[in-house]
Write a protein of this length. Structure first.
Length: 108
């Protein structure tokens, strides 16, 4: 497991986000697409997908108003589309778990 400090660039949909990631020693990866580990949100083209995206945006606004979060990855694995798989943590909360508990995502 790896932990990084990351800054939100934008929410793509309920389970995909773009971050600038601090690797340490003044080294950053910019505009890295992150896919939520262990969950699946509805497709953006659906009403439920729009609701999931809005929930994620409000979650960031409430729990990380400056956009800064901790990004947890497992062995830097990526999915079939090259997105790094991760869990977003801020304000002692997990966006991945909150997406599940709010009904905006299901377990993968």
């Amino acid at each position: 497991m790896y932990l990084y400090t990351a800054r939100l660039v934008r929410v793509v949909d309920g389970d995909t986000w773009i971050f600038d990631i601090d690797l340490g020693c003044w080294t950053w990866i910019h505009d890295r697409r992150i896919r939520a580990s262990g969950i699946n949100a509805p497709e953006l083209s659906t009403d439920a997908g729009q609701t999931a995206k809005a929930y994620a945006e409000s979650w960031f606004a409430e729990n990380a108003p400056d956009g800064m979060v901790t990004l947890q990855t497992q062995k830097d694995r990526s999915d079939n589309y090259g997105r790094l798989l991760g869990t977003v943590l801020a304000n002692n909360r997990s966006l991945n778990l909150d997406m599940l508990s709010s009904g905006n995502a299901v377990v993968l």
